[in-house]
Design a binder for this molecule. Structure first.
Ligand SMILES: Cc1ncc(COP(=O)(O)O)c(C=O)c1O
Length: 465
């Protein structure tokens, strides 16, 4: 028998060399970024919505693994279910069987989602589920066109990148998928024109955009769906980030009165522990792909429907239901919105609160910051760096981990686990106001310029530290 792996000792040792090894073997630019912005910490424990660093500081995690940690870290129900799964060891990936765990996960997911799309294709990530949506939609309609909104984000593999609404992310990868068109966010008359070609398989939308935290406004997603129907185009709701209750309803598009033709979920479904994604599809669309016995694997993937992933889905759905996390996100979202508005209204740089439920953020004006054009060394990286300096102040002065996102202008974004408390929400609001003020009074601004210059020179040196 081989030697037992002592994971605890290995972890302690690996933490000591993580910076060097990451720069050497992983994404060194990420190491440089967190170091330059001043947010590099050694996280040693996570529970619920909190992280602990090696100095014993407790941090409120509003980044939450870009939304994957939606039911909190180490949720006892999810952890226990996964431990049971490892002990029981139901045979994994037999493939030539009726997979009981996958069938149960699909049945429960369809019930929770409350959509008319009742077939489920499980994947291992959000982008894979978007890829599947593109394939199912194009095969069913016999059309190759795809539409999406400006500033949208649907993943970074080649198909999902083709419908990405950010030009900079697509740059340098050649033609990608043909016939993809991006329309200015929410422009319904341009949408109608584009649909007229009758070559559009699908319009893919985030009901609440992850990058900008905008939604289309009352009734407009439903109007877009009606236009799609008229022209034989399928509506794909990309709920990878907004789904599973984060915005206050299980699917964000339900608040818009929309029953999508296809729906994409991921992130939260993982229970924060096992990567998983899911595409929900109606019978007719499904049958166009699985149209005969010799096409049973026309769309498939080696690792889909794995036992641990299916267990994570089942346990996570149970937690969302039992802890009434949709209601919790809605109620705390309202409290957080009011708290942010109240606390930040006296800040010169505060513009408005954006988003829905616990997918929420602050639109701020980097007031008093010299225009990027006057700082050619920094150029268009100034605004993101200004945002990063506020992120740094949130973490270092208030123990809140958040992110800066946005398209043309920075948005300070909070995506906390749905299990935060009202006290946590108050803390986020007060910390944000304080971080904006420290930016306005110059300290964070000076830090931003310093960081931008350090980042620029690191880049000129080739990216390493
Ligand atoms: C709306 C949306 N779609 C798709 C994706 C891609 O998911 P993944 O990162 O799991 O590939 C993301 C990721 O952030 C997302 O927010």
């Amino acid at each position: 028998m081989s030697t037992r792996l002592d994971l605890q000792s290995l972890l302690m040792q690996a933490r000591g060399t993580a910076g060097v090894s990451c720069r050497r073997h992983l994404n060194g630019m990420l190491s440089s970024l967190i170091h330059t912005v001043g947010i590099d910490r050694n996280y040693v424990r996570g529970e619920g919505p909190y992280l602990w660093d090696d100095r014993g500081n407790r941090i409120l995690d509003c980044l939450a693994g870009f939304g994957a940690i939606a039911v909190g870290r180490a949720h006892p129900v999810v952890t226990d279910a996964l431990e049971q799964c490892l002990r029981l060891a139901p045979p994994n990936w037999v493939r030539m069987e009726n997979n009981a765990l996958a069938a149960e996960a699909a049945r429960r997911l369809v019930g929770a989602a409350g959509v008319s799309a009742t077939r489920v294709f499980f994947t291992n990530s959000g982008t894979e589920a978007v890829e599947a949506a593109i394939k199912f939609a194009t095969r069913h309609t016999g059309r190759s066109g795809l539409l999406s909104w400006s500033d949208s984000f649907h993943g970074l593999t080649c198909g999902s990148l083709s419908v990405n609404g950010n030009d900079d992310l697509r740059e340098g990868y050649g033609a990608l998928l043909p016939n993809c068109d991006r329309i200015e966010f929410g422009d319904l008359s341009r949408l109608e024109q584009a649909l007229h070609s009758r070559n559009v398989a699908a319009l893919i939308v985030e009901p609440v955009q992850g990058k900008t935290l905008r939604d289309m406004g009352e009734g407009r997603l439903s109007e877009a769906h009606a236009m799609c129907r008229k022209h034989g185009t399928l509506l794909v709701a990309d709920e990878v980030q907004s789904g599973c209750g984060r915005t206050g309803t299980f699917l964000a598009c339900h608040a818009d009165g929309v029953d999508p033709d296809l729906a994409v979920l991921s992130k939260a479904l993982s229970g924060g522990l096992v990567p998983v994604g899911a595409l929900l599809v109606g019978d007719d669309v499904w049958n166009s792909t699985y149209s005969s016995l010799d096409r049973v694997f026309a769309h498939s993937s080696t690792f889909h429907e794995g036992s641990l992933a299916m267990t994570a889905v089942i346990a996570t759905l149970a937690v969302i239901e039992e802890e009434r996390l949709c209601d919790q996100s809605r109620a705390l979202g309202v409290e957080l919105r009011e708290g942010l508005t109240r606390a930040c209204s006296s800040c010169r740089s505060f513009r408005s609160v954006l988003g829905r439920g616990l997918m929420i953020g602050v639109d701020f004006e980097p007031a008093g910051v010299a225009s990027p054009a006057s700082l050619p060394m920094i150029g268009d990286r100034l605004y993101p760096i200004v945002g990063q300096s506020i992120v740094s102040s949130l973490l270092n002065d208030h123990e809140v981990l958040a992110q800066v996102t946005g398209a043309k202008r920075p948005v300070l974004k909070f995506l906390p686990p749905m299990t935060i408390t009202a006290d946590d929400a108050r803390h986020i609001a007060n910390a944000t106001a304080s971080a904006l003020r420290s930016f306005e009074n110059g300290s964070a601004y000076r830090a931003a310029i310093g960081a931008a210059l350090r980042l620029t020179s690191a880049r000129l040196r080739g990216g390493g530290d």
